[in-house]
Design a protein around this ligand. Structure first.
Ligand code: FAD
Ligand code: SF4
Length: 568
């Protein structure tokens, strides 16, 4: 029998995970006066000290190229990837789900793209619009004040353009468009496609003691000046400054502990350094381990009161798993961009412009071959080159050596642009995760098995996206470079690869059809709350983190209030 170390102290709240959802829960609960313990499976991450923002590619092994351990390149912050040696997962036959995990304080917010799009009014009521999927029990109006507060707190640039189902926000001014973005905007105008400033959690003005971005373009390496958002730089430090937050890193939660009354009593976790099991107690438990990890934790928390796992009385934990529909690897060559005089267009990390979905009215009239929307992310131009930047050169220069090759590469570098679709997937019965009872991780905790399928809805969307990219590229005077077709589902990314997974413990107004209520409180355990993406009912084309943060704020405010009123 392994030794279990119990802790006599009772915290107001135990929070599992320190990413977007966990960081926001810690921020809101500590501001409300609650004493919190945060458990994080990864190591401590100190952005100011560990960011590699200012390093040159030649300072890294293989000039920073991606490796299996560092799939986003050597400079990617924190520790994460598609396969963590200690933490396997499995796929059911026919399923090819890929699962990115980050193990570091701040979770995936250390290296996310910082695209911050509000969901719109239609996105909360998709079933009412087209009879597919499900409606959320809350509306845009319920979440709008929390989008406002989140933008005020963390700083998001963007612009208010009044487009359909693309809400206005409380934005900092957007950065100027780059040359290639103006070129694409002009083509989009001809095609009737909106091309407007992107929204990103990057400061274009100093706020709350954080300086504005100095446009090094290296957000993907984490920002040493905290000019972009991550939970570890923007949410956790103020929560710790209240003196009410204790953080334990390398603490891998195994199970939600349950009392005789069926309520959550705390968490049992493995201290990864000592491999000992520790039990901590709290008045409430907040799960924010990320969508699938939260489902795993709930399914692994079996007790006499919750024989199928906590929150799982209706058998719905893990069901209706969704990712974003991703269509990448669509690039164009623009001859007019050759021989561009060298200039700095690094800007803020990522594109400054994007195309929000523009066909809502056509869909309402049933004139489209699929029901939901996508937006287009695009980029290119003269950024600091790295490994792979000249991958198209051979096709255009036909190879070469020495000075001639360098001249050729200089001529065409910056004349390529890539386009990506990020679209809404409709939840389906075939996509879910469950416990694989034959496999455990390095700490003996049963792992997840995935089942995942896209439907024709998503495949038709991918086809339309590819065709639209080609149209934009040609209208802008370019040549599309990639060819995909029905044989490869138009080059759609596999499930999980867009890293926008949500929905594994969905919210609802009927306890038999949902895991949590409209306040993200488990129906069958009233002192258990979820603040990551698991309660999502649909997965709009808008990247999920803004909604995770806003929802986490709303849930944590409610949870703090319930503790004060002694309702939980
Ligand atoms: C490269 C990349 C680019 C992205 N770009 C965007 C973007 O531009 N816009 C956008 O909206 N989203 C983007 N995303 C997705 C975004 O990062 C996530 O939506 C967001 O971080 C989810 O927040 P979370 O709190 O649910 O989970 P996470 O941020 O993953 O945090 C979960 C934390 O819980 C910890 N944890 C897990 N299990 C346990 C356990 N058992 N015990 C203790 N701790 C545990 C993890 O170690 C982790 O730190 C991107 C993701 C990646 C990887
Ligand atoms: S682009 Fe701006 S926000 Fe991003 S890392 Fe550089 S300075 Fe920081």
């Amino acid at each position: 029998m392994p030794e279990i170390i119990p802790s006599p102290k009772v915290y107001d709240a135990i929070i599992v995970g320190s990413g977007a959802g966990g960081g926001m829960a810690a921020y809101v609960l500590t501001q409300a006066g609650a004493k919190c313990l945060m458990l994080e499976a990864g190591d401590w991450w100190d952005t100011a000290k560990q960011s590699t923002m200012m390093k040159w590619p030649y300072e890294a092994p293989h000039r920073g190229a991606a490796t299996p351990e560092k799939p986003n390149g050597y400079f990617d912050p924190g520790y994460g990837g598609w396969h963590l040696p200690d933490e396997p997962y499995t796929n059911a036959p026919g399923s090819t789900w890929n699962w990115w995990r980050t193990r570091a304080l701040g979770g995936r917010t250390n290296h996310y793209g910082r695209i911050m799009l509000r969901m719109g009014p239609y996105d909360f009521k998709p079933y009412s619009r087209d009879g597919k999927g499900f409606d959320w029990p809350i509306s845009y109006e319920d979440l709008a004040p929390y989008y406002d507060k989140t933008e005020d707190l963390i700083g998001v640039f963007g612009s208010n353009h009044g487009l359909e189902n693309t809400p206005n926000g409380k934005y900092l001014p957007p950065p100027k468009p780059r040359c290639n973005e103006l070129m694409i905007q002009k083509a989009c105008r001809k095609l009737g496609i909106p091309c407007v400033p992107m929204s990103r959690s990057i400061l274009t003005r100093p706020i709350h003691g954080r300086p504005a971005c100095h446009y090094c373009g290296q957000c993907g390496r984490s920002c040493a000046t905290s000019s972009n958002f991550s939970s570890s730089t923007v949410l956790i430090p103020p929560a710790m400054a209240t003196g009410k937050l204790e953080v334990r890193c390398n603490a891998m939660a195994r199970e939600v502990l349950v009392g005789k009354d069926g309520l959550a009593a705390g968490i049992s976790y493995i201290d990864k350094k000592t491999r000992r099991e520790v039990q901590v107690r709290g008045k409430i438990v907040i799960l924010a381990a990320s969508n699938c990890e939260t489902a795993r934790l709930m399914l692994n928390s079996k007790s006499p009161s919750h024989p199928q796992g906590i929150g799982n009385a209706g058998g719905l934990v893990g069901r209706y798993l969704m990712d974003t529909v991703g269509v990448d690897r669509s690039s164009g060559f623009f001859p007019q961009m050759q021989n561009m005089p060298p200039h700095n267009e690094d800007g803020a990390g990522g594109e400054h412009f994007y195309m929000p979905w523009w066909n809502y009215q056509k869909q309402a009239r049933n004139e489209m071959p699929f029901s939901r929307g996508f937006h287009i992310e695009f980029g290119g131009g003269l950024h600091m080159p790295g490994v792979g930047s000249f991958s198209h050169s051979e096709r255009f220069l036909g190879g070469g050596y020495g000075a001639e090759l360098k001249r050729g590469v200089r001529k065409i570098y910056g004349a390529f642009m890539g386009f990506s679709c990020r679209g809404e997937m409709i939840p389906n019965e075939d996509s879910y995760c469950e416990i694989d009872d034959k496999v455990v991780d390095a700490w003996g905790i049963p792992v997840l098995k995935f089942h995942f399928k896209f439907s024709q809805e998503e495949i038709q969307m991918a086809k339309y996206a590819r065709e639209t990219f080609d149209e934009i590229i040609r209208t802008a005077g370019g040549e599309p470079l990639h060819k995909f077709g029905p044989q490869d589902d138009w080059g759609m990314a596999k499930g999980g690869e867009i890293i926008h997974e949500v929905g594994a413990a969905r919210m609802g107004s009927d306890p038999t059809k949902s895991v949590v209520n409209a306040n993200c409180q488990a129906w069958d355990c009233k002192n258990l709350f979820i603040t990551d993406g698991a309660p999502f009912v649909s997965n709009a084309d808008k990247n999920p983190t803004h909604t995770i943060l806003a929802l986490a704020w709303r849930t944590s405010e409610y949870a703090a209030d319930q503790v004060k009123k002694l309702n939980v």
